[in-house]
Design a protein around this ligand. Structure first.
Ligand code: MN
Length: 313
């Protein structure tokens, strides 16, 4: 499969790289790292990266391209394989679509897919493909990939961090990846962000089975001056690493009143519960979307029943 990725890249003169909406460090790092590595190794190819932007833009600029570019192009979609989560739906106009992902999902559209869910980040999966193919790396590409690894592994903390993760990270550092620069960019916080963390730590609740949870209506983001995404994704792990809490969930109301749900578990796979509500993701880190906070209570009840069953076995 590693060779097949190379073949596909070689077949096309124009390559357009997509990833998921609300990009995290891994989506951005994978996308822009891949762009850089193709540019470095095939200087004659046109390579573009498209999608929505946020604070991870420090990794590099995105491109604005006309629709016509797609008809003769290969699109590579990274860090996502579910169509509604892909940023910029023009990928459908491409001649061929390749998906490289590390989530526990199957693509719901026509493509060639390369999915390895044992990888902690999509960035280390992609870097691994090009290391295996003896591609040239440089400081820029390596720093982008390493950002993906650092963010998706929680700074090498989360359970799927393994020897392979560290080997690839070490390779990237040897190629000039600037770990200190990444850490400075990622971990210097704004005052409102720090205060939001404090709000979470002081206000989360627990269920009968000790599932920790927060229900955030839209006033939370307004009070702290952050986006819905920050309240939802960036805050969920404020409830992690607490003795006796095996599962923690963050419910966040969007402006359209849907409830974004981030589910996390220390050890037991809970992705089946995310799937039950139309979501997905990883075994220990997954998500879904609900219609109301009432539905959130039903989901919490499911988690309690699951824990009760699992812990009395
Ligand atoms: Mn990822």
């Amino acid at each position: 499969m590693y060779a097949q990725v190379k073949q596909l890249i070689e077949k096309y003169d124009r390559i357009i790289i997509h990833r998921h909406i609300n990009p995290d460090g891994d989506a951005y790092g994978s996308q822009l790292g891949l762009k850089r590595i193709i540019e470095l190794n095939y200087p004659k190819k046109e390579v573009y990266a498209v999608g929505d932007v946020n604070t991870f833009q420090f990794l590099g600029e995105l491109d604005t391209i006309p629709d016509e570019y797609y008809s003769e192009a290969l699109v590579i979609i990274v860090d996502v394989c579910v169509s509604y989560l892909i940023s910029d739906h023009r990928y459908k106009k491409a001649k061929e679509v390749l998906v490289i992902d590390h989530h526990l999902n199957q693509p719901d559209f026509e493509c060639i897919s390369f999915i390895e869910s044992n990888h902690i980040s999509c960035a280390d999966l992609i870097a691994g493909i090009f290391i295996e193919n003896d591609f040239i790396f440089d400081k820029v590409a390596s720093t982008r990939f390493l950002t993906g690894i650092v963010t998706d592994s929680g700074r090498f903390l989360y359970p799927n961090t393994n020897a392979q993760t560290l080997e690839i990270a070490a390779f990237l550092v040897k190629q000039g990846a600037d770990l200190n620069w990444i850490y400075k960019k990622l971990y210097t916080e704004e005052l409102n962000f720090k205060k939001l963390k404090g709000y979470f730590i002081n206000n989360f609740k627990t269920t009968k089975q000790n599932v920790a949870y927060m229900k955030n209506d839209t006033t939370v983001k307004d009070t702290f001056g952050v986006s819905t995404f920050v309240v939802s994704r960036a805050m969920v792990n404020q409830m992690s690493g607490i003795k006796g809490i095996e599962i923690w969930v963050n419910f966040t109301e969007e402006d359209n009143h849907n409830i974004l749900v981030e589910l996390r578990s220390a050890e037991k796979s809970i992705v089946h519960i995310a799937r039950k509500y139309g979501g997905g993701g990883h075994a220990l880190a997954c998500g879904c979307s609900l219609k109301s906070f009432d539905e959130a209570d039903v989901l919490l009840n499911d988690l309690d029943e699951f824990l009760e069953g699992a812990n009395t076995k």
